[in-house]
Design a protein around this ligand. Structure first.
Ligand code: FEO
Length: 399
């Protein structure tokens, strides 16, 4: 691994992270494009390491650091976030480097000490605190619940770089380090997916944090999150998208999510989608055994209508729907209109479960449809009419 090189980002800042090409599941979030764990070296008079990486990547991480500096010459470590994809090698690095100080937010100090045993104290920094680390001026901004209580941004004044931890990140493995080297549509989708799955629950806090950062009047030549590419050209775009996603305003888009056993629920799903489409609503149909829950909640974030359909099995709901809805409920979606549908053989419990879940999420159920065994033409016509009526309600809501 000695051939691995750090990537120079600016005059004094280097990327020393790692690329996890084969990651396909990040604690239950399906990551078809892999990920990166970004860490940074700031080469001032007193070199600073910002964050570490997942523990299994130690060799790669150290090789990149060594391509710039002997690790023992690092004087400070900043830990922006305790989750172990960023702190996994912190204990090893503290032992190896023996830095003058290790900094974290006050919650970060607490969380780090509940994860690891350190032979030394971690120094807490306050929200808004500005300090000189050698000749480098840093400010720290608490970013509580983006997405843990300890999350923190670090701002390097001299080169106008915001190290934003998980915020503005995405799970995307690539050889390119900067946004403008990659396809925008991929970046937008993966950033949206990251937001929908990791940050969405904390949308009200996102809006407050964006206001707080905006009031500081900082310039961002680079926004450097801990996952995926770094924002060198699209800083305003990604901040604007975060604001849009955090506001959770619905659009004229519908999402029909379902699973099926013998295609009866699928026939209802297709007919509901037909009614929506012919009424001019952009509609997406997602069968859960072919689509991950992570992609479903991504598509749902800007949908004004979410319709869920499930067959009944073993006197209960089809399990992929239960999985998806439990996950979706945890993300506290806002401003949706809903519908439920499904087929059954003889007992028909699935609809009751779907309705209860929608009510628990405070999503009004504007229509419901169930059918025994196989839907005939009359039921298909009712499903199309349900789609049409959902489209009309959506148009009344989203002008
Ligand atoms: Fe990428 Fe919350 O860790």
């Amino acid at each position: 691994m000695d051939n691995l090189q750090a990537v120079k980002l600016s005059e004094r800042v280097f990327w020393v992270g790692v690329i996890d090409w084969n990651l396909r599941d990040f604690h239950g979030y399906q990551t078809q494009r892999g990920s990166t764990y970004n860490a940074f070296l700031v080469m001032g008079q007193k070199p600073i390491l910002i964050d570490t990486v997942k523990a299994p990547f130690q060799e790669e991480f150290l090789a990149r650091i060594k391509s710039v500096i002997e690790p023992k010459k690092i004087k400070y470590i900043i830990s922006n976030h305790t989750e172990m994809d960023h702190s996994g090698l912190l204990p090893e690095m503290v032992e190896l480097i023996n830095p003058e100080k290790v900094f974290a937010s006050s919650k970060g100090v607490e969380h780090l000490n509940r994860h690891f045993s350190f032979s030394r104290e971690i120094t807490p920094v306050k929200n808004g605190e500005t300090i000189m680390l050698g000749d480098c001026r840093f400010s720290f901004i608490e970013a509580r619940m983006l997405h843990w209580p300890d999350s923190m941004f670090s701002y390097f004044h001299d080169e106008k770089i915001l190290f934003s931890s998980d915020a503005f990140g995405m799970h995307l493995a690539s050889s390119e380090r900067f946004d403008h080297q990659l396809d925008w549509s991929v970046l937008e989708y993966e950033a949206k997916k990251y937001y929908a799955n990791i940050i969405q629950l904390y949308s009200p806090v996102v809006l407050k944090t964006l206001e707080k950062v905006s009031a500081m009047n900082l310039e961002f030549k680079l926004i450097a999150p801990d996952h995926g590419p770094l924002w060198a050209k699209n800083q305003e775009n990604i901040i604007g998208l975060y604001k849009k996603w955090a506001e959770q305003k619905p659009s004229r888009k519908a999402l029909v999510v379902y699973d099926t056993m013998w295609n009866s629920t699928q026939k209802l799903a297709v007919a509901i989608a037909d009614g929506l489409i012919k009424s001019g609503v952009s509609t997406k149909l997602m069968k859960l055994r072919e689509n991950s829950r992570a992609d479903v909640v991504t598509e749902a974030i800007d949908a004004g209508v979410v319709a869920f359909g499930a067959p009944t099995i073993n006197n209960s709901v089809f399990p992929t729907l239960a999985d998806c809805l439990v996950y979706y409920k945890g993300l506290r979606p806002q401003n949706k209109l809903g519908a439920v549908f499904g087929s059954y053989g003889w007992s028909g419990e699935s609809l009751k479960y779907l309705k209860e879940m929608m009510e628990s999420m405070k999503i009004p159920v504007l229509g419901e449809l169930s059918c025994q065994f196989v839907p005939g033409q009359e039921t298909i016509d009712q499903a199309v009419a349900l789609g049409v009526s959902l489209a009309e309600k959506l148009k009344e809501t989203v002008k």
